[in-house]
Design a protein around this ligand. Structure first.
Ligand SMILES: [Zn+2]
Length: 108
């Protein structure tokens, strides 16, 4: 173990999925350990890692709320920039979502 109190190593969080029901759970999983669905007892398969990848000093993910995609070069850029740092093109004003990307009403 090489972590220090100033830079603790955080455990990796994983998305695990029940292959038959499609239900997903997020937990701090250890490699080499089998996880089963609490309700059905079926074995869960790893669906993916959650960002950020361990080890990292931060839980903060890349925030979708603070980034947008440059319409010219399609790089992720901070929303408060007026010009794209990659190609220097002027970015469109905020509050003007590109067509087809409007948020859908949520609720299930
Ligand atoms: Zn760009």
């Amino acid at each position: 173990m090489s972590h220090t109190p100033l830079n603790p190593e955080l455990p990796q969080r994983w998305r695990l999925r029940n292959p038959s029901s499609g239900r997903e759970v997020v937990l701090t999983a250890q490699p080499g350990i089998r996880y089963v669905d609490r309700e059905t007892g079926e074995e869960l398969e790893v669906a993916g890692r959650l960002l950020p990848l361990a080890p990292t000093p931060s839980w903060l993910p890349w925030a979708v709320e603070t980034l947008r995609i440059c319409p010219t070069c399609e790089q992720l850029v901070q929303q408060d920039l007026n010009y794209c740092p990659y190609d220097g093109r002027r970015l469109p004003p905020l509050g003007d979502p590109p067509p087809g990307r409007q948020a859908k009403p949520t609720g299930s």
